[in-house]
Design a protein around this ligand. Structure first.
Ligand code: C2E
Ligand code: MG
Ligand code: MG
Ligand code: MG
Length: 286
């Protein structure tokens, strides 16, 4: 609980209040943790789906599955708040298993509606703690088999922190995930503290350029320099790229001209409920 308190205090920029509020925060976390456990068990979590589009053709190519939780009191919590709680309590393992199963189930339902491969992939986030604590390849394979989905339909988003924590284990895990036919993406690229050597050692297919570099890059020479550098690094290493946080047409066009492969952001859509995501896909790719 103390760890959580420090983190909370730091992110809110009120480190000085830590000693006074530690007890309150611990109690609050205990409440959230209990509710979260119940929510996972009772199927109260949902996934929203945000489109990822090919910047060259404009086609919708995949959906990122993003966890959503509305507490019993009706408060809609951000994953940025409950994922850390899930990680520190170990609940990230059942939550992650649920998310993988739910994403595969939804993709299978879209395929059924399309009478075959519906033409989009689904991207699922894997947290560093989840990668340490669960048998990820077995878990992913089980979800694919249960819903009759091919591994080639799935993208898995990992973060640099997963690599820092245990490079040998993550390397084995990623190779096993590649054997299943999945696509591997490095999420929030450029925001972690890892050294770049891992890019040549690990089977990474895509880099997702973090929103903090993308949004506002048109008015910021430093940001655009970083984005250009990441794009040329990815191109040199034979990796695809996804820019996060695209909110304007101008940004999409600039990124397309710079050679970025895919784009994601409010310009295309906010994360949507499964039915709305499906309708958007039909309309956009018609
Ligand atoms: P992420 O994986 O980097 O996901 C992208 C986040 O950026 C999402 O926030 C999305 O709603 C937001 N976003 C996308 N486009 C725009 C835009 O144009 N403008 C702005 N302002 N925001 C945009 P969200 O859904 O709140 O998720 C936050 C983070 O929580 C995710 O970041 C991911 O790291 C984590 N997360 C979400 N669902 C899961 C999950 O099922 N498992 C795990 N392990 N982590 C998850
Ligand atoms: Mg992600
Ligand atoms: Mg991301
Ligand atoms: Mg991000």
């Amino acid at each position: 609980h103390a760890q959580f308190a420090v983190k909370r205090a730091k992110t809110s920029g009120r480190t000085e209040l830590y000693h006074i509020r530690a007890f309150d925060i611990a109690r609050e976390q205990f409440g959230i943790e209990t509710q979260l456990r119940r929510a996972i068990e009772n199927g109260e979590m949902t996934l929203s789906y945000q489109p990822i589009c090919d910047l060259g053709t404009g086609k919708l190519v995949s959906f990122e599955a993003l966890a959503r939780w509305t507490t019993e009191r009706g408060v809609a919590l951000s994953p940025n708040d409950f994922i850390p709680v899930a990680e520190e309590s170990g609940l990230i393992v059942p939550l992650g298993r649920w998310a993988m199963g739910e994403a595969a189930r939804t993709l299978a339902s879209w395929d059924q509606a399309a009478g075959g491969d519906c033409g989009v992939k689904v991207a699922v986030n894997l947290s560093a703690i989840q990668l340490q604590r669960d048998r990820i390849p077995e878990m992913v394979q089980a979800a694919l088999e249960q819903h009759g989905i091919s591994g080639s339909r799935l993208t898995l988003e990992l973060t640099e922190s997963a690599i820092v924590s245990d490079p040998d284990r993550i390397s084995r895990t990623m190779l096993a995930l590649k054997d299943l036919g999945t696509t591997l993406a490095m999420d929030d690229f450029g925001t972690g503290y890892s050294n770049l050597a891992y890019l040549q050692k690990l089977p990474i297919d895509q880099l997702k350029i973090d929103r903090s570099f993308v949004s506002g890059m048109l008015a910021d020479r430093d940001k655009i320099a970083i984005v250009r550098a990441v794009l040329s690094l990815a191109q040199a290493l034979g990796m695809e790229t996804t820019a996060e946080g695209i909110e304007t047409n101008e940004l999409a066009q600039t990124l397309a001209a710079l050679g970025c492969t895919y784009g994601q952001g409010y310009l295309y859509a906010r994360p949507l409920e499964p039915d709305a995501a499906w309708s958007l896909m039909l309309a956009r790719n018609a």
